[in-house]
Design a protein. Structure first.
Length: 77
């Protein structure tokens, strides 16, 4: 149990990295550009929303459903 607490504390104490990211559709070339003070969190949020079927950008969600998860690249620029 102590190891689990150590991992949790290490995650909480990890400094957030700010920057620019993109979500790119490899099939049609469409790109969502974004910036965040916490890149890991932003990319995780987009992935989660897409997988759950409730992304705030309807066009991106539609492409996700049409082309599938393997057609997208999540990158830190």
């Amino acid at each position: 149990m102590d190891r689990k607490k150590e991992i949790k504390m290490a995650y909480k104490n990890k400094p957030a990295v700010a920057g620019v990211f993109q979500v790119k559709n490899k099939i049609n070339g469409k790109v969502l550009l974004g910036s965040s003070l916490n890149l890991d969190g932003a990319l995780n949020r987009h992935k989660f929303e897409l997988m759950a079927g409730g992304h705030r950008l309807a066009e991106l969600q539609k492409d996700w459903k049409t082309f599938g998860a393997d057609s997208f690249i999540f990158e830190i620029l």
